[in-house]
Structure formats: C-alpha cells, structure tokens
Design a protein around this ligand. Structure first.
Ligand code: CTP
Ligand code: MG
Length: 232
C-alpha cells in the first residue's frame, strides 16, 4: 500500500501576503484540497499525511473533515525546513505503507497518470521522481557570479514531486541525513547519498509548484485547458 506525505508547512514568503499559499483558492478550491483529491483518485494510495504549521492544524483538520472523497488522512505539525516537516510526517506512517510518496501540496496540477507512473517505477526500481527535461541551458557558476562550466542539457532534468521510495529506503535516508546533519532541497538528494537507484518519470510541464503570485494565473490557465482535464 502507498502513503503520501504532503509538506504544507512553509511560510509562503515568495507568494507574499502572509497566508499559507496552500490554502489559497485555485478555480474556487484551496490548492491543498485539489492536490489531496487527485491523490485520492489513485486506487493504490490509501493514506494521506498532511504537514502544516502548528497554528494551522485545527483549521486544516476542519477543512479536510468538510471535504468529501478523500482517502483516510492525518494532519501533523511541520518544522522550520521542508525536510524537517517531512521527517515529522514520516512519524505517522502506517504499518502497511510499503511505498511512500512525498508531494509538495503546492503542486495542485499533478495528474493521476504521473502519480501512477511514479508508483510503478518505485515498485520496479525502489525509487522514482517526477521531472521534466530542462528547456534552458543551465550553467554552474561560482559564488562571485562567474561561469564555471556548462553541463550538457541532454543530461539535465528539472525535478518536481511526487518523489516515491520504498519505505525502508526513505526511512534510512532520513535517518542518515539527520545523523550527518545533511539538509537537502528534495527527498531524492537524501536517498542519493545511500547510492540507491532512482528512476526519472515524466511529470509534465504543467506540474508547476505554485510559488509566486503569477503562478496562480499560470495554474488557472493550465486548468482551463481541456487537455489537462483529459490527462488527469
Ligand atoms: N514546506 C514545509 N515546511 C517548510 C518549508 C516548506 O512543509 N519548513 C512545504 C511548503 O508548504 C510547500 C512545499 O514544502 O508546500 C514546497 O516549498 P516551497 O514552495 O518553498 O514553499 P514555502 O517554503 O512555503 O515558500 P517560500 O520558500 O517562498 O517561503
Ligand atoms: Mg521554501
């Protein structure tokens, strides 16, 4: 069985406005709810763990209680970094969770097809991440802003979520990161340190992370496209 963990405990600094962007509405529905509804449509997903800031636990629990069609869920408290929020969420993993998916609550346009693709790849390879090929040329630069070198674009992907792993691999990666004080910007980077295999799955260019106010408009545009509904 598959449990999905949703970090939603950030400060939404780049969004501005002092509210949790995951509670902002997209086509009349909070971003978090759209995300949870899509995961709830995936038959193999059977439990949802939502991680929010301490002062929002009650509000979010009420919101979820009032939402039909969600798989069983729990809400818990996050930390000062995304990684710490997820580490807290992982403490609530049910015993039957063989596969764990981590998904940014702020990626509400994720599709059932992408989630299924990640689960299939985890079953086969042990780990899988959603990503898209880099469109731009990407350069490695130094701290002073000078170019060091240019990795070949064909070897570069832009990473998204969901990122999924066999339970024991992810738990081992988190335990090691904690022991070594390693702070990564995604879950894969923790698992990579174990030398484990991680498969890349196409997540689609519309699987954006709602980060700045313009992203709300971009997401609304994607949502209006019939092709999005057709692939969802
Ligand atoms: N997140 C979290 N706990 C943190 C930081 C982030 O659970 N300490 C969550 C966010 O709520 C979001 C996801 O991780 O759903 C991706 O993070 P990001 O887009 O960076 O959101 P914020 O950290 O809230 O935004 P910002 O960096 O602009 O402050
Ligand atoms: Mg952040």
């Amino acid at each position: 069985m598959v449990t999905a963990v949703f970090p939603a405990a950030g400060s939404s600094r780049r969004m501005g406005g002092g509210v949790n962007k995951n509670l902002m509405e997209l086509s009349g529905e909070p971003i978090l709810i759209r995300t949870l509804k899509t995961f709830s449509q995936v038959s193999r997903v059977n439990f949802l763990i939502v991680v929010v800031a301490a002062h929002e636990v009650e509000t979010v629990e009420q919101l979820l209680r009032g939402t039909d069609g969600l798989k069983p869920w729990r809400v818990t408290v996050g930390g000062s970094e995304r990684q710490y929020s997820i580490a807290n969420g992982l403490k609530l993993l049910p015993d039957d969770a063989e596969i764990v998916l981590v998904h940014d609550a702020a990626r509400p346009l994720v599709t059932v097809r992408t989630i299924d693709g990640v689960i299939d790849a985890v079953k086969k390879f042990g780990g899988a991440i959603a990503a898209v090929p880099a469109k731009d040329t990407i350069k490695v630069v130094d701290a002073q802003g000078f170019v060091r070198h240019t990795p070949p674009r064909s070897e570069l992907v832009v990473v998204q979520t969901p990122q999924g792993f066999r339970r024991e691999i992810l738990l081992r990666a988190y335990a090691q990161a904690t022991a070594e004080n390693f702070l990564g910007t995604d879950d894969s980077s923790l698992v990579e340190r174990l030398g484990a295999t991680i498969r890349v799955v196409n997540g689609g260019y519309d699987n954006i992370k709602v980060t700045t106010p313009e992203d709300i408009q971009v997401a609304e545009t994607f949502l209006r496209r019939t092709s999005h509904a057709a692939t969802n």
